[in-house]
Write a protein that binds this ligand. Structure first.
Ligand code: HEC
Ligand code: HEC
Ligand code: HEC
Ligand code: HEC
Ligand code: HEC
Length: 415
């Protein structure tokens, strides 16, 4: 891997060497034309920004180094609250997102800082990847205590600096018209990489040889997106998760976000005395499988309630949407996730419903179903660093479930 220092700030070297190489064997006139073309290409690329994709996500992210003095006090701070003093809206949105909570009790409860540094390090590359966030450093002779370790910075998880700062330089998406050289901290480096799905992939896509079950990677969101109709439509992760560059990063934990990605329709039918209700869930607007990970579970259920509102025994039917895996991640038990534009059909049949009875259809979302099972088992087996944090984590996963959809159908509605 190339080191950061050796990198050119501009993305043209490859295209330019190829063109110049050809041009040398050409008559002078063509050479002049080529030179002009190269210059144009050069200016086009610098105006649009630098290609940083090759090295940007080297992790742990190398130490920022020494802050240039003109940055001033706020400029040198890596804390998101300090970026937030100027970038107020980005800070508020990020603070409410899960990226700011990536070092939560669930991960803390599991990881002893020094007991197995390589295990912890394998988690931090996504949950807290700055060098300044590492308690220990991986050096040739083993592990060493990190003198620049900053506990407070680590607690902020996937913070602004993780995505925007390299060597104390600010990187961001190109914004035509925006002042690149501001007096605040010597400007920023624009790059189209920020607008591409590839920017999110290092943390939301396992590499080809990564952890897989039943021949399928445990995290495959980028490839799912790549194989969907969205790339051809120019719709990226950012289009849906950062609309207008807002820093929401909403996903399965947000009922509004999930509702916008789906179309749920109930059709009621009665054929030869047998009533049936068909609930169809269409993945109309999720840019990958719904849901993409093995951790959430969506449950569709139907049952009959009598006049008193009590569920009639034996009337319940339930099906799950999700990729269900065993706790030790050794086996996949089912994969009923809905691919982009695909459908899930839930067919409920029942003998005639009584006059005062109602048929109820519900869709429940358990965003942390796997973690809930995992934390329960960990507490039972006393597999944790901190019991208190593990219990907190369990509580959080209990609280996150919600009712996404509910419909009551009475006999009157049938006519
Ligand atoms: C003292 C105020 C101030 C502080 C503190 C500050 N910024 Fe900025 N930032 C600016 C200004 C001014 C610009 C110039 C662009 C503009 O006009 O918005 C800018 C530009 C940027 C851009 C480029 C925007 C684009 O269009 O691509 C990014 C990214 C950025 N800052 C991130 C950060 C991060 C991350 C931090 C904290 C580590 C931070 N900033 C701290 C004032 C500040
Ligand atoms: C997970 C990565 C990630 C984190 C964390 C993150 N950003 Fe960004 N930020 C992005 C991306 C990607 C874009 C460009 C989005 C686009 O172009 O659609 C962006 C855009 C910006 C811009 C330019 C906005 C504009 O309207 O042009 C600023 C300023 C910025 N971020 C500041 C911050 C600050 C401040 C924080 C912390 C409070 C932060 N970002 C946290 C990924 C991140
Ligand atoms: C440095 C690693 C990293 C990068 C880069 C990153 N993410 Fe994340 N993302 C995470 C982690 C870790 C979590 C889980 C946080 C938690 O719940 O503890 C997460 C959570 C999320 C969630 C919330 C999922 C849910 O369960 O509701 C969304 C949505 C998301 N990321 C989208 C994005 C998008 C879009 C980008 C690119 C602009 C991006 N992420 C870039 C690490 C990253
Ligand atoms: C390739 C990036 C990546 C790596 C490596 C990674 N995670 Fe995560 N982690 C994520 C993403 C993305 C989420 C959010 C989606 C989800 O819930 O599955 C997440 C969510 C979690 C959550 C649930 C949310 C929370 O904060 O409680 C826990 C716990 C967790 N990870 C623990 C770990 C542990 C322990 C390791 C190391 C063995 C690890 N992760 C390694 C990307 C990663
Ligand atoms: C067309 C819109 C769209 C695009 C494109 C898109 N997403 Fe999503 N994403 C959603 C919606 C809607 C949800 C909520 C439903 C769900 O959880 O699947 C979601 C959920 C998520 C979650 C929550 C975890 C889970 O199990 O579902 C993560 C993480 C995520 N997206 C990351 C990404 C990344 C990374 C990309 C780009 C490779 C991306 N998304 C592209 C719409 C989109």
């Amino acid at each position: 891997m190339r080191s950061e220092e050796s990198l050119p700030a501009i993305a043209i070297p490859l295209s330019m060497t190829v063109t110049v190489g050809v041009a040398k064997r050409m008559p002078a006139v063509f050479y002049a034309v080529f030179s002009v073309l190269c210059l144009l290409l050069y200016f086009a690329t610098t105006a649009y920004g630098a290609d940083i994709s090759g090295w940007y996500w080297k992790r742990p992210v190398p130490f920022q180094g020494i802050s240039p003095e003109w940055y001033g006090n706020l400029g040198i701070s890596l804390y998101p609250e300090d970026c937030g003093k100027c970038h107020v809206s980005q800070y508020r949105e990020w603070r409410d997102s899960l990226h700011s909570m990536a070092i939560g009790p669930g991960i803390k409860g599991q990881l002893a800082p020094y007991s197995d540094p390589s295990f912890a390090g394998s988690c931090y590359i996504c949950h807290a990847p700055l060098s300044e966030q590492q308690e220990v450093l991986d050096i040739a002779e083993g592990y060493a205590k990190n003198l620049q370790f900053d506990e407070r910075l680590k607690a902020s998880g996937v913070n602004c600096a993780v995505c925007h700062l390299r060597g104390y330089k600010k990187y961001g998406p190109p914004s035509p018209g925006r002042l690149q050289k501001s007096s605040v901290y010597g400007g920023f480096i624009p790059s189209p990489f920020f607008e591409s799905s590839g920017f999110c992939a290092p943390c939301h896509q396992f590499p080809e040889d990564g952890n897989a079950i039943n021949g399928k990677l445990l995290e495959n969101t980028y490839i799912e997106w790549l194989e969907s109709p969205y790339p051809a439509m120019g719709v990226t992760c950012q289009s849906c998760h950062m609309p207008e560059r807002r820093h929401y990063f909403r996903g399965i934990h947000d009922p509004g976000m999930v509702s916008r990605g789906l179309e749920i329709v109930v059709k009621r039918m009665k054929i030869r005395g047998v009533s049936s209700a068909v609930l169809t869930i269409k993945n109309s607007g999720v840019g990958h499988y719904f849901p993409t990970y093995v951790t959430p579970l969506v449950t569709v259920r139907a049952f009959v309630v009598n006049r008193e509102g009590v569920e009639e025994e034996g009337s319940r039917k339930e099906e799950h949407i999700g990729r269900i895996v065993t706790l030790d991640l050794s086996r996949e038990l089912a994969d009923t996730r809905i691919p982009p534009r695909g459908e899930f059909i839930f067919d409920y049949k029942i003998e005639d419903v009584g006059v005062d009875a109602k048929l109820v259809m519900e869709v429940w979302v358990y965003p942390d179903e796997f973690y809930n099972r995992f934390f329960k088992a960990a507490l039972e087996a006393e597999y944790f660093t901190s019991e208190k944090e593990m219990k907190e984590a369990l509580e959080e996963t209990e609280k996150s479930k919600y009712l996404l959809f509910r419909k009551e159908i009475s006999r009157v509605d049938e006519k």
